[in-house]
Design a protein around this ligand. Structure first.
Ligand SMILES: C[S@@+](CC[C@H](N)C(=O)[O-])C[C@H]1O[C@@H](n2cnc3c(N)ncnc32)[C@H](O)[C@@H]1O
Length: 231
């Protein structure tokens, strides 16, 4: 096993009003991958066993593109990379960013509300799913007219802050590979009821591993890995 010395960051155009700009939560995920992906293993899993990776809620495409760059640098790392978002603008922008990084048509983009528009052929196909979800509660920032604007999809996770994420977890079960190594990486904030979220995650049959955290202004942002519990 040898460490890869440099994974360059993708070049990102993010000047789109409604698309989330890569931020501390995005970098928390990628910085973890930079340390835990080497010439043989993806965070402990042999690289050859990872065939499909999904960046759910891709925004500018930053996470998918970072993984694509790692793929280009590591001979044994050869997964198909997928990126999806509920916003058409995000898909448009991430395709543009893919070109900026000279990866034309390498990533498969899907415009979808979570897994709703995914082809059935992708069921039980993903070894790794990464989701930097909208994770803040909507109650104190609701639009006065009650309508959700496009940029709200970046942060508004529902009344408690994690309804979108819980819906994702229910649907993700049938898109994760049956392979016992398949996993989900996600971030969440100290501004929600983490005890309740953790109980609900466990009730949904996932086992959680804490990976890292950062402190940003008034909140801590946590990075976790989930695996399906063995029955
Ligand atoms: C916090 S942003 C993260 C963007 C990007 N992955 C990053 O880390 O910079 C959350 C992303 O999830 C997308 N999103 C929100 N709800 C979604 C849903 N129901 N289905 C798919 N994507 C969704 C948003 O449009 C947004 O791009």
């Amino acid at each position: 096993m040898s460490k890869i010395k440099i994974f360059p960051d993708p070049i990102i155009d993010y000047d789109f009003e409604n698309v989330y700009r890569p931020a501390d939560d995005t970098y928390l995920i990628i910085d973890y991958f930079k340390v835990h992906i080497d010439s043989d293993f993806f965070d402990g899993i042999p690289l050859e066993t990872i065939r499909n990776i999904l960046d759910m809620g891709t925004g500018t495409g930053y996470i998918a593109l970072s993984l694509q760059i790692m793929k280009a640098k590591i001979p044994k790392f050869n997964p198909n990379i997928y990126a999806s978002d509920i916003l058409e603008e995000a898909i448009h922008l991430s395709k543009h960013n893919e070109k900026l990084n000279n990866f034309e048509r390498e990533i498969t983009f899907i415009n979808s509300d979570l897994f709703n528009s995914f082809p059935i052929t992708l069921k039980h196909s993903f070894d790794v799913i990464v989701f930097n979800p909208p994770y803040l509660p909507s109650f104190n920032m609701m639009q006065k007219d009650g309508n959700k604007k496009n940029i709200d999809y970046s942060w508004n996770g529902g009344e408690l802050g994690f309804e979108t994420f819980l819906r994702f977890l229910s649907e993700a079960r049938s898109y994760l590979n049956f392979n016992s190594n398949s996993r989900i990486y996600y971030v969440c904030s100290s501004r929600i009821n983490l005890n309740l979220l953790n109980d609900l995650i466990s009730q949904k049959g996932y086992e959680r591993t804490y990976l890292n955290k950062i402190h940003v202004f008034l909140e801590d942002i946590y990075l976790y890995r989930l695996e399906l519990k063995c029955n």
